[in-house]
Design a binder for this molecule. Structure first.
Ligand code: ADP
Length: 171
């Protein structure tokens, strides 16, 4: 199993599934959500409309349409409210549910954006640790997932994930 971080645009990655940091309506938004909807094309929102939204910490699957990725896992991260309103548990659940749903769809490679650390304001040092710990737990239950990539949008974000990987996953 490989757990790595890279800098890039998640809509360009050639993986079986990419994860979208969506909002609970699943009807599109800013940040990575907007980029994914633009790149996937208008059929994506049509499928999303049929899903009835998504709760914080949960995830739902769609096709990838015009993306190189065959599937999109839409998950809704928590809005940061200071850290004692269940944010770490909700964020961990996003990663765990995404892996679970992807594994059920036969996904072997998956890429995550840095969920909740944009508009939702979750401090990235803390979020990266939750992201790594939760993915490690989840893939132990789903060994068919061979590769997990943290797709960081900026060089600064990548540096944070690489430091966290060195600390938490020194392999
Ligand atoms: P949230 O509302 O969950 O905070 P955002 O989309 O605002 O979601 O931010 C999540 C992360 O996604 C941020 O680190 C942001 O820089 C990053 N991001 C934005 N566009 C892309 C993209 N095309 N590919 C990968 N990451 C992206």
């Amino acid at each position: 199993m490989s757990l790595t971080a890279l800098q890039g645009d998640i809509t360009r990655l050639q993986v079986d599934a990419i994860v979208n940091a969506a909002n609970s309506s699943l009807l599109g938004g800013g940040g990575v959500d907007g980029a994914i909807h633009r790149a996937a094309g208008p059929d994506l929102v049509h499928e999303c409309r049929l899903l009835g939204g998504c709760k914080t910490g949960d995830a739902k699957l769609t096709r990838g349409y015009r993306l190189p990725a065959r599937h999109i896992v839409h998950t809704v991260g928590p809005v940061w409210r200071g850290g004692s309103a269940g944010e770490p548990e909700a964020l961990a659940s996003c990663y765990a549910r995404s892996i679970e749903i992807a594994a059920a769809a036969g996904v072997r490679s998956i890429a995550f954006p840095s969920i909740s650390t944009g508009i939702f304001g979750y401090p990235i040092e803390q979020a990266s640790r939750v992201a790594i710990a939760s993915v490690r737990r989840a893939i132990a239950q789903h060994p068919a997932i061979e590769s997990v990539v943290y797709c960081c949008f900026s060089a600064a974000d990548l540096a944070v994930y690489e430091a966290a990987l060195r600390e938490l996953d020194p392999a």
